[in-house]
Design a protein around this ligand. Structure first.
Ligand SMILES: Cc1ncc(C[n+]2csc(CCOP(=O)(O)OP(=O)(O)O)c2C)c(N)n1
Ligand SMILES: [Mg+2]
Length: 583
């Protein structure tokens, strides 16, 4: 009876309901992304986000599907760096989420804005640990590894949830944000009009942070007092996209500048004030060092020790958006806190029309040192040895980059990284993407893919054979999306070199050694790309030029002497040593 009563009543109640338009979690997430111009998703499909990916693609979002979430995450992170909008990575629950988490943590360390969106299992089951499909308390795990972490439980909160994630990722010092979307949320239904109203278009997501006038004056006073000034440009300066201001400031100051790895090209490496080829001299002898978007971490020996000359022999000025960065390793006598664009514009204003050039003996000594070092390197870059060494291979690649200054260079490895960074000059901002603050292997293909997608420019990825292995399967992704990516593998048969032997005398190879004579080029051919085995600098030059001209996915196996390369490239000193004598 009761059932009948309900059935009888139902049409009367639900008729107007059915006429009301409905929306759901799937559509609200898509609408929220689009409303905020987040038009590309990097990810890997699976439960519970497979249909979401399809619907996003149907709605005009570009969905780039990877073979492993870490690579998708790295792609999202570097997309964030290149565009100043958070890159979006989409993963499934537990294992997919964890695979993406490495990239999220790396993005946070490098101050790249990204949002890792992961589907998750049912809260009720996860929290009682009852063994749900891919059960994991993802929010709790993500929290310490990123800038902020949020979970959305109700469809009506999707707009606010994404807005919070966007602001957290790009405001202040950028970083990674985690957004947890439980499976149930996607199918949750609500009134379409109310849904649309719940969405948030984020206004001024990264507000300018204007430096205090007193801080600007203090910094200029210190800089003016310098006899031997030095400016260090970090990737924060490159991220800021304040390229004209940075160039104007450096040129007006007349000071030599040193670009950190990913800041290369902010001003061309061939600029007369560039001290890249006289790095040890300027670090040791400068009396005032101004850091712009660069941190005094291990990459700068923490601002102390023998690389920095006499203890307490210099004054540090630092420009950074993060106040806590000041005094992190040494005393900062003139902290300037603000966004790089606002800070440099205030500094330029404060310099006035007659800023004195630094003493000529200082700039002259650096130019001399730089010319000596460049001359020393020149013949090594012209060698035509077979098998190739790093310098012979890099000599030709250096010319190719010079001829194509708008191409993007992705770079990872040990020797393959350090020597490439030292040899290949960059000419434009944000064209060099590499292992960053952590020196992490595995960014290669993810960065290359996102660089091609976000900029439409050709990409040259110079990869150690070990480094490539961390993301190598994504060559299929490169072929699938027909991306203009040319991968050059510096194949020296192993990690650092291919000559190590098993010290126990057994038949296993040494831990740093790979299969001799591997043909990585065949991997690319397997997916319809172009594979080339290059044994001489001439071969290499021909193959790379062809790839960069054609835009066809290409992988060049550059056969290097297995004995070329040294332990850990340029940072062998960081290896702990055994106190026991070698037998
Ligand atoms: C995620 C991660 N795992 C391991 C390492 C340690 N590591 C540093 S460089 C490197 C590979 C170096 O070999 P390769 O890429 O072939 O460069 P090469 O020096 O031989 O040119 C490894 C495994 C790392 N930096 N990051
Ligand atoms: Mg190697």
């Amino acid at each position: 009876m009761a059932d009948t009563a309900v059935q009888e009543k139902k049409p009367a109640i639900t008729a107007p309901e059915a006429e009301r338009e409905l929306t759901d979690g799937f559509h609200l997430i898509i609408d929220a992304l689009k409303l905020n111009s987040l038009n590309t998703i990097y990810g890997v499909p699976g439960i519970p986000i497979t249909d979401f990916g399809r619907m996003a693609q149907a709605a005009g979002i570009r969905v780039i599907s990877f073979r492993h979430e870490q690579n998708a995450g790295n792609a999202a992170a570097i997309a964030g760096y290149l565009t100043k909008k958070p890159g979006i990575c989409l993963t499934v629950s537990a294992p997919g989420f964890l695979n993406g988490l490495v990239a999220l943590a790396n993005a946070t360390t490098n101050c790249f804005p990204m949002i890792l969106i992961s589907g998750s299992s049912e809260r009720e089951v996860v929290d009682l640990q009852q063994g749900d499909y891919e059960e994991m308390d993802q929010l709790a795990i993500a929290k310490p590894l990123c800038k902020a972490a949020f979970r959305v439980l109700h469809a009506a909160d999707i707009g606010i949830g994404l807005a919070r994630a966007i602001r957290a990722a790009v405001s202040g010092r950028p970083g990674g944000v985690y957004l947890d979307l439980p499976a149930k949320l996607f199918g949750q239904v609500m009134d379409a009009e109310a849904g649309q109203k719940s969405l948030v278009k984020v206004i001024d997501a990264a507000p300018a942070q204007i430096p205090a006038p007193a801080a600007v004056k203090r910094a200029l006073d210190v800089l003016k007092s310098a006899k031997r000034p030095l400016i260090i440009l970090g990737k924060g300066a490159a991220y800021a996209q304040a390229d004209d201001l940075i160039r104007a400031f450096v040129e007006k100051s007349g000071a030599p500048f040193l670009p950190m790895s990913m800041a290369k090209g902010l001003l061309p490496d061939t600029h007369p004030q560039c001290a890249g080829a006289a790095r040890s001299t300027v670090l040791k002898d400068a009396d005032v060092v101004m850091m712009i978007g660069a941190r005094l971490n291990w990459l700068l020996s923490h601002g102390k020790g023998k690389n920095w000359g006499e203890p307490h022999s210099k004054k540090f000025v630092q420009i950074d958006i993060e106040p806590k960065e000041m005094d992190s390793n040494v005393e900062i006598v003139a902290p300037v806190v603000g966004d790089i664009g606002s800070c440099l514009s205030a500094l330029l204003d404060g310099m006035g029309a007659k800023w004195p050039a630094p003493p000529a003996d200082w700039t002259g000594a650096i130019s001399k040192k730089r010319e000596e070092n460049v001359a020393k390197m020149a013949p090594r870059l012209m060698n035509n040895n077979v098998p190739m060494d790093y310098h012979g291979a890099l000599g030709v690649l250096r010319t190719i980059v010079k001829e194509r200054p708008d191409a993007i260079l992705v770079n990872e490895g040990a020797n393959a990284l350090d020597l490439t960074r030292g040899v290949i000059d960059m000419y434009q901002p944000r064209k060099r993407l590499d292992v960053g603050t952590w020196g992490v292997m595995g960014i290669g293909m993810g960065y290359a893919i996102a660089a091609a997608i976000e900029t439409g420019k050709p990409v040259l990825a110079i990869e150690g054979d070990s480094a490539f292995g961390f993301s190598g399967m994504e060559v299929e992704t490169i072929c699938r999306y027909k991306l203009p990516v040319c991968v050059v593998i510096f194949n020296n048969d192993g990690i650092y070199r291919g000559t190590d032997v098993n010290r126990g005398g057994g038949s296993d190879p040494a831990p740093t050694v790979f299969v001799k004579g591997s043909r990585y080029d065949k991997m690319m051919e397997a997916f319809g790309g172009v594979g080339v085995n290059a044994t001489s600098p001439d071969d290499l030059k021909r193959a790379v030029n062809e790839a960069m001209d054609s835009g066809k996915p290409t992988l060049i196996n550059a056969v290097l002497d297995p004995a070329a390369g040294s332990e850990s490239g340029r940072i062998g000193n960081l290896n702990p040593q055994s106190a026991l004598k070698k037998k």
